[in-house]
Design a protein around this ligand. Structure first.
Ligand code: IDC
Length: 385
């Protein structure tokens, strides 16, 4: 569809919605639950028949040929409304150079919770006010990509996830979720092959960002992480010269000061990861972040929780408010852990919720309700891309 046709279609859909003839995007407002949708295993074609939110662009096959040599995605990529993100003067900016602050949610491990990677679910997240979804793929945990996991299935989920995100109007972070493997170099060759294939397959998508190592830990140094990044960045750049690449930092992605003292040079559009869990991490750790930002380091909070660092326990909303305040002051993007119904307090759905989209307030855990309120109020007061 040409842009003008897209605008006309969006206008028509908006008019139909005003007239009560078309479904409004669902939101957990206590309204009756949207009808249950097909599970994630349903074919993308049946998902595509669901009306997208009015401001969502439709696929434009003519504009976006599949990258040569890459396995063609099952539908053509979508050009993203705010265009390709990049990094300028330590900030994430849109195609026009305007600062962009993304907010959103991370999946739990895709191997364990694939069902939330579906078009309706991502449309719901968009309607809450999210602008980004993170696709977390564990590498070393049971079922992980490098320890006997279903590699083809996981890569398909990522391709589908990026496409659903594009169609919903969300940016998507492809997360190589190292954890118990500690040093990102543990599975260096696997990481290279993974990012080579994914960046080829996804090169036509404007909405994709690459996070190359979730949380280095185990006492590894910044120079080890930097050496890893210097091997992975060129692999991605070969297929996708412009994508934003986010690099983990020492000690569970908290020592951004070490990256600020010795940043990666020679490549553009590089950001650095910072993570926090509000019930564990307070003012001292926040100062590390603020110092790095003051030094001009481009930082992306690709994961945070308002509970403790084990992903569980009581929520600390007062400390969370101080974190959000600091992130908003600096325009830093942040992504909440996690989109699942697991029985842990960081999961945004209640364990009793078996829906995979169409959530209502009753389906959300306390951290899910906090997230929904935060996203929807940020959307109403700020210009969400
Ligand atoms: C946790 C999950 C939990 C899972 C565990 C190990 O919430 O269900 O059993 O991983 O796989 C992180 C990690 C993230 C953790 C999360 C909470 O990036 O994988 O998820 N956390 O512990 N860093 C700090 C906290």
């Amino acid at each position: 569809m040409k842009p003008r046709t897209v605008r006309l279609a969006a206008l028509l859909l908006a008019l139909l919605m005003l007239a009560g003839c078309a479904p409004a995007p669902s939101s957990p407002t206590g309204a009756p639950a949207a009808p249950e949708t097909a599970p994630a295993s349903a074919s993308p074609t049946s998902m595509a028949s669901v009306a997208p939110p009015a401001d969502t662009p439709s696929p434009s096959p003519a504009d976006t040929p599949a990258p040569e040599g890459a396995e063609a995605p099952s539908e053509a990529p979508v050009h993203f409304p705010s265009g390709r993100l990049r990094v300028q003067d330590g900030r994430l900016v849109d195609a026009a150079g305007q600062p962009v602050q993304l907010r959103g949610v991370s999946t739990h491990g895709l191997a364990w919770f694939p069902q939330y990677v579906n078009q309706d679910c991502f449309n719901d997240l968009k309607s809450w006010g999210a602008s980004v979804v993170r696709l977390a793929m564990y590498t070393a945990e049971n079922g992980g990509y490098c320890v006997g996991g279903d590699q083809e299935g996981l890569k398909s989920l990522i391709r589908d996830g990026v496409r659903y995100a594009a169609e919903a109007g969300l940016y998507a972070i492809v997360d190589w979720h190292i954890l118990s493997d500690g040093d990102p170099n543990t599975y260096l060759e696997e990481a290279k092959a993974f990012f080579r294939e994914m960046s080829a397959d996804l090169a036509g998508y404007d909405n994709v960002l690459y996070e190359i190592c979730n949380e280095p830990n185990g006492g590894g140094t910044w120079s080890q992480i930097k050496a890893y990044a210097q091997q992975i960045i060129p692999v991605i750049r070969e297929n996708d010269p412009g994508a934003v690449i986010i690099v983990g930092t020492p000690n569970w992605s908290q020592r951004v000061n070490e990256a600020a003292a010795d940043p990666i040079t020679g490549w553009e559009n590089i950001m650095y990861t910072f993570h926090f869990y509000a019930a564990t991490h307070g003012a001292n750790i926040r100062q590390l972040l603020v110092n790095a930002l003051d030094a001009g380091l481009p930082v992306f909070v690709t994961e945070y929780g308002i509970c403790a660092a084990d992903g569980n326990g009581a929520l600390d909303e007062a400390q969370a408010a101080q974190w959000i305040d600091a992130l908003d002051r600096y325009g830093v993007s942040y992504v909440a852990w996690n989109l699942s119904n697991l029985n842990e307090s960081s999961a945004i759905l209640k364990p009793s919720c078996s829906k995979t989209s169409g959530f209502t307030t009753d389906d959300l855990s306390p951290s899910g309700q906090w997230l929904y309120n935060m996203l929807s109020s940020a959307q109403s007061t700020q210009n969400v891309p």
